[in-house]
Design a protein around this ligand. Structure first.
Ligand code: SDX
Length: 431
């Protein structure tokens, strides 16, 4: 079959460029227009990269129109139902589901790195007790390279793998420490006899005065939340990782940047913002007034947990999380019922409102995830921290994929300059 192409002609000069069309396994094809500047002397213009494919990847596929999410080809609902978070980590990192032997070896490797250097434990003392835990995560993860510098050669695949494992292994410990520091509780060390999620829960909630009681329903719910948040192709925080990594920065620094990006309420901070919004609404009778404000541009209010750059249909993760909410509230803690009732009524009204329908605004993963985390006793300001723990494997998998490219080049977008034309300096006395 002849090469499929798109032809662009500059009607000012009649010059033409023929751009190859590249087709992937799933999803829309792309136009390879990297020759545009050399041939026509022009850049593409796509603020916020709404229609830009920034890279080629084999890790995660998102079909926004049909609400499909695949990790290495496996549908998210199958992984949520049948897999474990650590098995999904292996899948995202290495591309295939592990055999029993591979999983045992991978788990043993993770266990080697769950502890934090005691010097890093003292790092938290520099934060105010009112600090947001995401600020601690950015700081402590960024400081990892000052302690773990035995694998800093990012050209060395073994070093890259060890740093990736360290991040996956240590994020739960770093997250739990930030929680305990804020609560004034003693730090709880990781236990390698426990599963990944059990360990995270006991590091956050165990107290030295009595044995920690695990709740299987809670553990399973958090396991699914972590799986659903593990990766999501080239979202804002992952794009930060790739941009930082393209300069050959160490993955600890790249992930610190990803955490900072995730913190924004338009991105990973939305789960916290959803709960604050539901609390502000307070009762289903107030929903119509809030819906009007969400639609009013002047209000600067948005329906948090709704809308998505890619999903123009129901976010498949939201469907799974909504179901878990139902199960959890039945089995664990009906106290959350009012918030969940408001959330469901808000969803029902929004999904029947023309404003949201014509803009294809549906609930995204954050709309219900906060209710689950709150039901598990996780405080509001820790929600995005849990998201960061989950997404660390996605960040390091995408970083490793990029670092394995034969021709790694620094990412350096251009611009459309509309500032002042060239002009000469004027001495202050003459201005
Ligand atoms: C995540 O990218 C990822 O994959 C992210 C993520 C991941 O796993 O990494 O999925 C995780 O970040 C989920 C998104 C969480 N954020 C929120 O829930 C915050 C609320 N949602 C939005 O702010 C918004 O929907 C975004 C940021 C998610 C998407 O923004 P876009 O694609 O840039 O859409 P837009 O701002 O251009 O909006 C299009 C229209 C606008 O109206 P018009 O100018 O056309 O009249 O829809 C309106 C917007 O005003 N709109 C909303 C809205 N979201 C969009 N109006 C009210 N409430 C909203 N939530």
């Amino acid at each position: 079959m002849s090469q499929e192409t798109v032809t662009m002609t500059d009607n000012r000069t009649g010059k033409t460029i023929v751009c190859p069309i590249l087709t992937g396994t799933h999803g829309p094809p792309v136009v390879d227009c990297h020759g545009l500047y050399s041939e026509l002397g022009m850049f593409t213009f796509d603020p916020a990269y709404v229609t830009t494919a920034s890279c080629e990847s084999t890790i995660t596929f998102v079909d926004g129109e049909n609400g499909i999410l695949l990790y290495r080809g496996y549908p998210i609902d199958q992984l949520a139902e049948k897999s474990s978070y650590l098995e999904v980590c292996y899948l995202l990192l290495y591309g295939e589901l592990p055999t029993t032997e591979q999983m045992d070896h991978f788990t043993a490797n993770i266990h080697q790195h769950t502890l934090l250097n005691e010097g890093l434990q003292r790092f938290y003392n520099g934060f105010r007790h009112s600090a947001h835990p995401m600020s601690m995560l950015v700081g402590v993860v960024g400081a990892l390279s000052s302690y773990y510098y035995d694998a800093m050669d990012i050209q060395n695949p073994e070093h890259r793998n060890r740093s990736a494992l360290r991040l996956i292994a240590k994020l739960p410990t770093i997250a739990a420490n930030s929680y305990n520091y804020l609560m004034g509780h003693p730090y709880v060390y990781p236990r390698n006899d426990l599963g990944y999620v059990e360990n995270l829960m006991q590091m956050m909630f165990a107290v030295p005065t009595q044995p920690y009681e695990f709740n299987e329903t809670a553990i399973k719910a958090l396991e699914v939340v972590l799986i659903l948040h593990a990766d999501h192709e080239q979202n804002a925080s992952t794009s930060t990782i790739r941009l930082a990594g393209s300069s050959q920065a160490h993955p600890f620094s790249c992930v610190a940047g990803g955490i900072a990006t995730l913190w924004g309420p338009a991105h990973g901070g939305a789960n916290e913002a959803v709960i604050r919004m539901l609390q502000q609404i307070e009762h289903p009778k107030n929903i119509p007034d809030y819906i009007a404000r969400f639609k009013d541009k002047k209000s600067n209010l948005r329906l948090m947990g709704f809308g998505h750059r890619v999903y123009k249909n129901y976010d498949p993760r939201a469907k799974i999380i909504r179901e878990i909410c139902h199960q959890l509230l039945k089995e664990l803690d009906a106290q959350q019922q009012p918030l969940f009732e408001i959330a469901m009524e808000l969803e029902r009204i929004a999904l029947s409102d023309e404003y949201f329908i014509e803009r294809k605004l549906y609930p995204n993963v954050d709309f219900y995830s906060g209710i689950i985390l709150r039901t598990l006793g996780i405080p509001l300001n820790m929600f995005t921290v849990i998201f960061a723990v989950a997404r660390t494997v996605g960040w390091v998998s995408q970083w490793m994929e990029m670092m394995n490219e034969p021709q790694l080049r620094i990412a350096r977008p251009r611009q459309l300059y509309t500032g002042a034309a060239e002009r000469d300096y004027v001495p202050m006395a003459e201005r």
